[in-house]
Design a protein around this ligand. Structure first.
Ligand SMILES: [Zn+2]
Length: 271
């Protein structure tokens, strides 16, 4: 699933390539779509210009000058492609925003994960209100992380995946963050010492930053607007490396299920 770095990359690319442009036509795929407000979509988006693109957690928000905003969650394998940058095959297209000369397509994700919301009501939207701290923002300090951790229960891996604590981290980056921090995913949140919280904070910021610099992880379906892939998956230290030797200590990387999620870790380096 695309996580914070991948969505941040798409946000930046959309701000370069589609902001300021007017949507001439909206094309919605045929098919049964539970819970999607497609009826209002054409009316609110056709003829509107895109003012700005934001990211919150794993969600992209396209602000339109019609007073509406379009929220897009790419779920597991969703793709956004811009036809003027990308001539590769577009799979399972569900939504097309057509501009003068090119079009933005959304594929491989059900339309119920696209929502149209009056921009004035965004702050009150439950799925945005419940989002926790943005880990690459300037105000995400070790002290803030310590406060977020305080009085929480459960295991550290589940804590990192909970979007209401820290927004934007998913199953891939969580395992890489914990390996780089040298902390076992099974550790109880309340057991972390001060120096471990510092290490965890550093690892969260540096791992997400590395993901960004490497163009994101294309381990699954993530591609840039031009169809190109990121390369963070070539730098995985534990993810998808079950049984392979740890790059640091040589012990075989292990995989376990935590909260129903496949979790990779080094039994020697992570304590
Ligand atoms: Zn190791």
């Amino acid at each position: 699933m695309p996580e914070l770095p991948e969505l941040e990359i798409l946000k930046s690319e959309l701000n370069v390539h589609v902001v300021g442009r007017r949507v001439q036509e909206v094309i919605i795929s045929e098919g049964k779509e539970d819970g999607c407000s497609v009826s209002g979509l054409k009316a609110a988006v056709e003829g509107a210009a895109i003012l700005q693109v934001e990211r919150r957690g794993k969600m992209l928000i396209l602000h339109l000058d019609s007073g509406f905003s379009l929220l897009i969650h790419l779920m597991m394998v969703g793709q956004l492609l811009l036809s003027s940058l990308c001539d590769s095959e577009r799979k399972d297209v569900r939504l097309i925003l057509r501009f003068a000369g090119d079009e933005l397509t959304l594929g491989q994700v059900a339309l119920r994960f696209v929502r149209l919301v009056p921009t004035s009501e965004l702050d009150e939207l439950p799925e945005l209100k419940k989002l926790g701290r943005e880990p690459l923002s300037d105000d995400f300090t070790p002290e803030v992380l310590e406060r977020v951790l305080t009085k929480r229960r459960g295991r550290l891996k589940s804590f990192l995946l909970n979007q209401s604590h820290i927004a934007g981290i998913g199953n891939t980056y969580a395992d890489e963050i914990l390996f780089r921090a040298g902390i076992a995913p099974t550790r109880g949140v309340s057991s972390l010492k001060g120096h471990e919280i510092e290490r965890l904070h550093t690892s969260i910021v540096e791992t997400l930053q590395q993901g960004l610099e490497l163009g994101g992880s294309s381990e699954m379906a993530f591609v840039h607007l031009d169809g190109s892939k990121g390369s963070f998956q070539d730098h995985f230290r534990v993810k998808r490396r079950k049984g392979e030797p740890c790059f640091v200590c040589g012990a075989p990387i292990e995989k376990t299920a935590l909260g129903g999620r496949g979790t990779y870790f080094c039994p020697q380096c992570q304590r």
